[in-house]
Design a protein around this ligand. Sequence first.
Ligand SMILES: Nc1ncnc2c1ncn2[C@@H]1O[C@H](COP(=O)(O)OP(=O)(O)OP(=O)(O)O)[C@@H](O)[C@H]1O
Ligand SMILES: O=P(O)(O)OC[C@@]1(O)O[C@H](CO)[C@@H](O)[C@@H]1O
Length: 303
Amino acid sequence: MIYTCTLNPSVDYIVKIENVNIGSLNRADNTAFYPGGKGINVSRVLKRLGQETTALGFIGGFTGHFIENSLIEEGVHLDFIEVIEPTRVNVKLKSSVETEINGQGPAVSKENEQELFAKVSSMTDQDYLVLAGSLPPTLSPDYYQLLAKQCKENKTRLIVDTSGDALKDLLTYKPFLVKPNQHELGEFFNVEISSIEEAVEYGRKLLDFGPENVIVSLGGDGALLLNGETTVFANVPKGELKNSVGAGDSLVAGFIAAYVEKGDFLEAFKYGIASGSATAFSNDLCEKSTVESLLKEINIEQL
Ligand SMILES: Nc1ncnc2c1ncn2[C@@H]1O[C@H](COP(=O)(O)OP(=O)(O)OP(=O)(O)O)[C@@H](O)[C@H]1O
Ligand SMILES: O=P(O)(O)OC[C@@]1(O)O[C@H](CO)[C@@H](O)[C@@H]1O
C-alpha cells in the first residue's frame, strides 16, 4: 500500500480576487474549498493516477469532517486519528500574485502520537510511506524522526517532502526519495541556488547525506533527478500557470505512481514532472488525461 502521512492537514480555502486592498473590505470573485495538506494532496493525485492509497494523519472538528467526506468521495482510503480541536484552514489568495496564509493546526496528545506510531510500525517492506508537510505546534519536532526510524527498521520505503532541520534529521534514515525545490535545497546548505549547475552541485551533496534518490524541482525551469547511478535534467512542459498549490505534491505522487507500475526511475521522473505541470496548469490537482498529454513535451538529458 502507498501510505501518506499528513500530520497537519488543512482545508484549503481558495479566494480568487482581481485586486486586494489591504485595510479595506474586499469581495472575492470566486471561492472554493479543497481538502489540503501535502500528504493528502499526494494521496488525491495517486488515486487520480490509478493507485490505491491510504491517508494517515490527525484530523479534527468540522474541517476534519469535510476532509474525510471529500476523500471518501474521491476513493482515497482513510485511517486518520481524530483530535479534539478542528483541523486548520489555509487561505490561498489568488490575485496577480499568489499569497498563502497557513494556520497553526490543532493540539495533538501523546496518545494520538502513539496511535499513529503504531500504524507506521505495522508497515512492511511492501509499503511506501510519504511524510510531507509541517508539524502541528504541540508535536515534538523529532516526531518525524521516530516514524522514519521505524520505516528503516521495517524496510518501508520512505518518501520525504519537508524542509529545514526536519529534512536534515530524516536523511540519516536513508529515505527512498526526497524532493526539495531549489530554495529548500539552498536553505539546507545556507546558499542561494541560482543556476542548474549549482542545483546539480548541491543536489549531489545532498545525496551524500543518505537519500537513495533526490529530485530537485526548479519550478518552470525544469527538474533534476540524482541518485547513485545517474544525474539527469528534464525540462517542464510549457503552459499557463494557474495554480502552484500542490504542484510539488503532484510531482511526488506522479513519480511514485509510475515507479510502482514500471520500476524505472527515468520513466517515473518524467511522469512526476508531467503530474506537477498538469497541476500547475489546472485549478485543482491534476487529472490523469492531462498528465499523459504532457508527457511528450518532456525531454530528459543525461548530465
Ligand atoms: N511555471 C511552471 N510551468 C510548468 N510546470 C511547472 C511550473 N511551476 C511548477 N511546475 C511543475 O510543478 C513541479 C513542482 O514545482 P516547484 O518546483 O514549484 O515545486 P514546489 O515548490 O515543491 O511546489 P509547491 O508550489 O507545490 O510548493 C515542477 O517540477 C513542474 O513539473
Ligand atoms: O503548512 P505546510 O504543512 O507546510 O503546507 C500546507 C500546504 O500549504 O501545503 C499544500 C500544498 O503543498 C497545501 O494543500 C497546504 O495548504
